[in-house]
Design a protein around this ligand. Structure first.
Ligand code: ARG
Length: 566
């Protein structure tokens, strides 16, 4: 895309001389009030260098530049030089770019040649895939798409919680109270029942914990029976998780979870010991982090078994060796902030300078509206149940609004799931939020269906236009204020994507598509698109195409489908 700021800094650099183009580029601002123009160059710095008042400099520059045909107006106001881009040029530049790039509009290749790891979802085997997991799953999925869009080589990893003492407990419970048939029939529900029962019983009978520990030790030592049961639980769980991932449209390049590192632990321990990083404490081995204001990290327990953080040390090293990452990003909730601070510090102490390339992308909690869903187990809300209910509700709405729609089932899925995901990604990730059914599925306001509907509306206009082409568009017909509002929004898209990438913040894109849909609906409300005037129709149709592509690209980056009809 033509970078207007660059264009202006280039022109200014020729006139100014004393400071370079790049510096000028960085000084140029976008005025808060549009009447001040599209871009503004503050002359205060120059004033010091040239020993002239900012006003005078702005006035002089204005006289030199004002005749440039790229600008509709150049004005000098209180030390600023304001530029208003010629609207027709603006419209033509932006719309041509969108129509040419289509599904790649907004993409750049800043990631070329760089590998980034995004670790997300990382659910725990044999446990519920609950509503809270939507956060890591969808924030990570969106970051995955954003990084891909920017041409990074991206590796998505689901760091499954498939190892640890809890599996000793689960195997104990299974041996005591479980049977094959129930697990085959009821899957994770049955594993959960066993796990809950274990905890109830262990309160009365502390000997159970010894039994559990010994099963986990067997598992760590490669005992066949322990391994077979564990493997089976893992498979059963994954089948159910896959169902949820399919609903969400999420996938991974690797499921290397905690167990994947079990055979890599001895080498890690050896290295830690050789580097003199471990201290004995009560039979356990710890890394003392008091110097850095952190509690110690326990690396092995008294019985020699490893812990969560030990496996994370191994995982980080493995990822560096295997992928030679530029960044390794962990999308994990805020409660694990300390864990990651400790992990990153330990790797730094081990002497790895790439510890600086590890990023913890944290987020707040999601809760559900009071009484909005009865739970299967009375404890947690399964994400799958939330999604299925949303799909059901979307189906009812479609049945009511558009009963003759083709592919109703598919569209209901796209709208229902999209509604939940949209709300998930609407606020800054660090904010806690309460999921609301009524808000998420409304067709107006800041919702997924609202944005999807704007996209479908674009598609339907295009379909109605039939074979009217959009060649030879007269861009002077798009210089009215509501068209220009859309065009300026479109122009921002690439910057928004970069900003979302810099801040690991998908919500910037969610908000952007909402605003774009809003501008478009306003335009659509005031302006007929298919008119009797062919030139006008073509121009407006070109705008509709551009909005359609951009909405679709934006929705895609946050992991939401864009149905063509709904
Ligand atoms: N399975 C963990 C949990 O549910 C999250 C894993 C986070 N990733 C990591 N590399 N530690 O809490």
């Amino acid at each position: 895309m033509v970078d207007f700021k660059k264009m202006i800094s280039n022109i200014l650099a020729q006139e100014i001389g004393v400071i370079g183009e790049e510096e000028i580029y960085n000084i140029i601002e976008i005025p808060k009030h549009t009447e001040m123009g599209d871009f503004a160059f503050p002359c205060f710095k120059l004033s010091r260098l040239l020993r002239k008042s900012p006003n005078m400099i702005a006035e002089e520059l204005k006289e030199k530049i004002k005749c440039n045909e790229l600008f509709e107006a150049v004005s000098a106001v209180s030390g600023y030089l304001n530029f208003t881009i010629n609207k027709q040029f603006y419209a033509k530049t932006v719309i041509n770019e969108v129509l040419e790039k289509k599904e790649l509009f907004g993409a750049t290749d800043i990631g070329k040649g760089r590998t980034v790891i995004i670790e997300y979802s990382s659910v725990n085997i044999a446990r519920a895939f609950h509503m809270g997991h939507i956060r890591s799953t969808m924030i990570g999925n969106s970051l995955y798409k954003i990084y891909k869009f920017l041409n990074y080589n991206v590796i998505g990893i689901n760091h499954l919680g498939d190892y640890g003492t809890q599996f000793g407990k689960l195997i104990t419970a299974y041996k005591l109270w479980g049977n094959k048939k129930d697990i085959e029939e009821r899957g994770v529900d049955e594993l959960l029942r066993l796990y809950v029962k274990y905890h109830d019983e262990a309160e009365k009978n502390p000997l159970l914990d010894d039994e559990a520990r010994s099963w986990f030790t067997k598992l760590e030592n490669g005992n066949e029976e322990a391994y077979e049961i564990w493997k089976w639980f893992r498979e059963i769980s994954l089948i159910e998780f896959e169902r949820v991932y399919r609903l969400l449209g999420v996938s991974f390049d690797s499921y290397a979870g905690e167990s994947f590192y079990s055979d890599k632990m001895p080498a890690v321990l050896k290295e830690l010991r050789e580097k003199n990083i471990l201290t004995k404490s009560d039979g356990a081995e710890i890394v003392d982090l008091s110097e850095y204001g952190m509690p110690p990290a326990i690396v092995t327990k008294r019985d020699g078994s490893t812990l969560y953080v030990t496996r994370d040390i191994a995982a980080a090293k493995y990822r560096k060796d295997t992928y030679s990452f530029y960044k390794n990003i962990y999308v994990v909730g805020s409660p694990q902030k300390l864990h990651f601070q400790q992990l990153f510090k330990i790797l730094e102490i081990m002497g790895y300078d790439w510890a600086n390339d590890l990023v913890h992308v944290d987020f707040g909690t999601v809760s559900l509206e009071e009484g909005s869903l009865s739970t299967r187990k009375g404890r947690v809300v399964f994400l799958e149940d939330v999604l299925l209910k949303a799909i059901e509700m979307a189906k009812n709405i479609i049945e009511e609004k558009n009963p003759t729609l083709e592919n109703k089932e598919l569209v209901a899925k796209q709208v229902g799931v999209g509604a939940v995901v949209f709300q998930e990604l609407f606020n800054n990730r660090i904010k806690d939020y309460t999921f609301s059914w009524s808000k998420s599925l409304a067709f107006d306001g800041e919702t997924g269906p609202y944005v999807q509907y704007a996209h479908a509306r674009c598609c339907s206009i295009i379909e109605k236009a039939g074979d009217i082409d959009i060649y030879d568009v007269d861009y002077s017909l798009l210089t009215d204020s509501s068209s220009m509002e859309i065009i300026k929004k479109l122009y921002q898209f690439a910057d928004i994507v970069i900003d979302a990438h810099d801040k690991y913040e998908p919500s910037l894109i969610t908000r952007y598509v909402t605003q774009l849909a809003h501008c478009f609906n306003k335009f659509y409300h005031d302006n007929p698109i298919l008119t009797n005037d062919l030139s006008l129709t073509k121009a407006r149709l070109a705008l509709v195409y551009a909005v359609k592509y951009t909405l679709k690209n934006g929705l895609n980056l946050i992991g939401i489908e864009a149905p063509e009809r709904m």
